[in-house]
Design a protein around this ligand. Structure first.
Ligand code: DP6
Length: 349
């Protein structure tokens, strides 16, 4: 016999960034972060987990290719969920798995991303969140979404925020074992549903410096990061939560853009400096800044993760339509810029 569970998890985009760990093994961050979870249709991971007495070992396939599960991050997630496994019974098929059986049984995992892996579109976030959620369902673990987020965090930090829809805060936590470093929902996906997210895919190539390596080097060398984590982010988190709760787009846009720019400044302050944005990214920033200033009140916020792709959050549908018009004018498809596709994250939050 085989028992299977399939789950689908969207990715999330940070509007107050996580960058820097205080504990690399447990993946504990140096500051709180806040993100928005995207539409489950456009940028998501679909993961099927299966268990059978005939499986001789744990195995995983990512986008159809087998990958090694020996890395600590996968092992952490598997171990933590196995430790919480409960009895499972399929009466119709006469299958009974007791709590103890899970220690001996092996799983097969098949995971697909519907967007480029490791191109700065937060694929690890959706991937580990989906893996943990699917395993928890298969093994009948009773933990709630926040408790599961603390396990997904041990796969990839940003993954903990993908267990919820809407706007989500990852609380950095205080205790040494990391048990209070988990995600909570700030508001659900219906709270601010006139926002429209557009991702301008500047390049779908694999990034040169992974987030994990990049943030390690930043922690080791950047003084600006220490100032950011201690003095800047705690205040911004409070202001960002307020802006989201009050649907104050002007304040939301100001904080989102400022935090993205400071994250990239921190990358530049790293030795050797890390460049995630390229000329096209910079031109998109100028275009949005000019437009916002000419209108008087911000219409669009931009944010960039560890790659050159722009995540643009428009105030409403009208602003989104105008933004697309502008992008298509300044960055026509197949022009000499690399900007060649747009992903609409409509109704995404
Ligand atoms: C720039 O979560 O990918 O997207 O914890 O090492 O797996 P690891 O890093 P990861 O870093 C994401 C960094 C970011 C900002 C963010 O999502 O908050």
């Amino acid at each position: 016999w085989v028992i299977m569970v399939t789950a689908q998890t969207p990715t999330n985009i940070a509007v107050i960034k996580y960058w820097g760990k205080r504990d690399e093994k447990l993946i504990l961050p140096v500051n709180d972060s806040i993100s928005v979870t995207l539409d489950p249709v456009h940028l998501c991971t679909t993961t099927t987990v299966a268990v059978s007495p005939s499986f001789a070992q744990d195995r995983m396939w990512l986008n159809g290719k087998e990958i090694s599960l020996s890395g600590g991050r996968y092992q952490n997630c598997l171990r933590e969920i196995r430790a919480r496994a409960c009895d499972v019974e399929d009466k119709e098929r006469g299958i009974k798995i007791s709590k103890k059986d899970w220690e001996k049984l092996h799983v097969h995992i098949a995971s697909y991303n519907n967007f480029p892996t490791a191109a700065g579109l937060a694929s690890s976030a959706a991937g580990f969140a989906c893996l943990v959620f699917a395993l928890a369902k298969l093994m009948n673990a009773k933990e709630d979404h926040s408790e599961l987020s603390a396990i997904a965090r041990q796969g990839s930090g940003s993954a903990c925020r993908s267990l919820f829809g809407g706007f989500v805060k990852w609380k950095m936590g205080k205790v040494e074992d990391g048990s209070d470093s988990l995600a909570v929902q700030v508001v659900d996906e219906k709270h601010w549903d006139d926002l429209v997210i557009i991702i301008a895919v500047v390049s779908s190539r694999q990034k040169e410096t992974s987030s994990t390596t990049g943030m390690r080097e930043t922690v080791e060398t950047s003084l600006l990061l220490q100032h950011r984590a201690k003095e800047i982010v705690p205040k911004r988190i409070v202001q960002m939560e307020e802006s989201i709760k009050n649907r104050n787009f002007a304040s939301f846009a100001h904080l989102t853009c400022a935090d993205s720019n400071q994250f990239h400044a921190v990358c530049m302050d790293t030795c050797p400096p890390i460049f995630y944005m390229n000329d096209t990214s910079h031109r998109i920033i100028s275009c949005v800044e000019k437009w916002n200033r000419s209108v008087g009140t911000p219409q669009v916020a931009y944010t960039f993760d560890a790659g050159p792709n722009a995540v643009l959050i428009a105030h409403n549908r009208k602003a989104a339509a105008q933004l697309l018009q502008k992008l298509l004018f300044y960055f026509p498809p197949n022009s000499d810029t690399e900007l060649n596709s747009y992903v609409l994250g409509d109704k995404s939050i």
